[in-house]
Every structure is written in C-alpha cells, then in structure tokens.
Design a protein around this ligand. Structure first.
Ligand code: COA
Length: 169
C-alpha cells in the first residue's frame, strides 16, 4: 500500500456504526434497498473475514464485510460491501482488504466466493462472470462475479442465490 501505513484488523462490534457510515458515504443512497441486502437481512456477517483498515491515528480508511449465502444448497461467500474512504482511494487499500480477506477465507476452508460488482475492478483478483448463478432481480447478470478458492470450487454449481438460512436441498 502506498501512503500512510494502514493496519487491517478484524471488525469488532464497536466498529459497526463507523463502518456503516463509511459505506453510506461511499455508496449511492438507498444501498440497503439493493437485492443483495435481502440475502443479508437478519444474518450476521462473517466475523473472521470482515475487516477494518485504520491509519496510524485510528481513522477508519476502509472496510470489507462478507456474508454466507447458498447456491444449489452449497455454501458460498458473498463479498461485500467493500469501500475505501474517498480520500484514501487508489492507494491499494481496497486490493489489500480483498486479498487479505480471501486469504483468510481459503485458510478457513471456503471453496467459492461471489459478489455483485464491476468486472473491470474485480478481474484483477481473478473474479469472472458467473454464468447460471442468479441474484434476485433486478441485478445485472454481467455484474455477478465469482472466484474459486479451491480448484473446481464453482464447477457444476448454478441456480438462484439464496439466504444462508434457506432450507437446503
Ligand atoms: C472500489 C474501491 C473499494 C476500490 O478501493 P481502492 O482502495 O481505491 O482500490 P485500489 O487502490 O486497490 O485499486 C485502485 C485501482 O482500481 C481501479 N478501480 C477502482 N474502482 C473501479 C471500478 N469500479 N471499476 C474499474 N476500476 C476501478 C482504479 O482506477 C485503480 O486503478 P489502477 O490500479 O489502474 O490505478 C473504492 O474505490 C470504493 O470504495 N469505491 C466506492 C464504493 C464501491 O464502489 N465499492 C465496490 C462495490 S462493487
């Protein structure tokens, strides 16, 4: 990372509202109306993977959260939201949050991750379009991206993205 040293730490309960404020600042108003939030409502984010980035003065510079979801009954990581404060963008912090969290996810044994986002940004981490994996409408299918965290992690997995607490089939 360029610029002032920033430390990545697991998000704690004390960070919650500060992280919410950062997401409100970085995303368009009404972010919680997005269909992806219906997959998150009432379900805790994954504590081991949700990180905050603070500078030496303790100022929040970026954050990432992950939720568990299911596709075809199989566990999938849903990456996001991820955001970096506008004054700290372009320093590599977003990339550091994503790479660090994905490394932890691999070590914890997660085999696949998905997100809804811009392919031109996420392709640098290896994300590609997930054909056949359907987010609740009105999501643009071009923005549904996935990455296998273990060889063949997405092979044969298709269908609607469902809440973690949906019944398995
Ligand atoms: C997207 C975001 C998290 C990236 O964080 P960051 O710390 O600025 O990213 P990095 O420093 O790791 O990478 C910067 C590079 O990504 C590129 N980039 C950033 N957002 C991009 C996007 N939406 N599409 C394509 N490229 C993008 C920058 O142009 C820059 O390119 P370069 O390396 O060629 O100079 C941050 O810009 C942000 O918070 N944006 C607003 C919220 C958001 O859109 N979150 C993602 C939801 S899908």
């Amino acid at each position: 990372m360029r610029g002032q040293v920033v430390e990545l730490q697991p998000e704690t309960a004390a960070d919650w509202w500060e992280v919410e404020a950062l997401f409100d600042l970085c995303f368009a108003p009404g972010r919680e109306a997005l269909s992806s939030y219906r997959l998150r409502d009432g379900i805790e984010p994954l504590a081991e993977l949700s990180l905050v980035a603070r500078d030496a003065g303790g100022v929040l510079a970026g954050a990432i959260r992950f939720w568990p979801v299911r596709v075809a009954g199989r566990p999938v990581l849903l990456l996001g939201p991820v955001a970096v404060h506008p004054t700290r963008q372009g320093e590599g912090l977003g990339g550091a949050l994503i790479r660090h969290a994905l490394g932890v996810a691999r070590r914890l044994g997660w085999t696949r991750v998905m997100l809804v986002g811009d392919a031109p940004y996420y392709s640098r981490f290896g994300f590609t379009r997930l054909d056949g994996v359907l987010m609740p409408p009105p999501t643009n299918p071009e923005r549904v991206l996935g990455l296998a965290l273990a060889k063949g992690g997405w092979d044969g997995i298709a269908g609607p993205v469902e809440r973690w607490d949906s019944s398995c089939h």
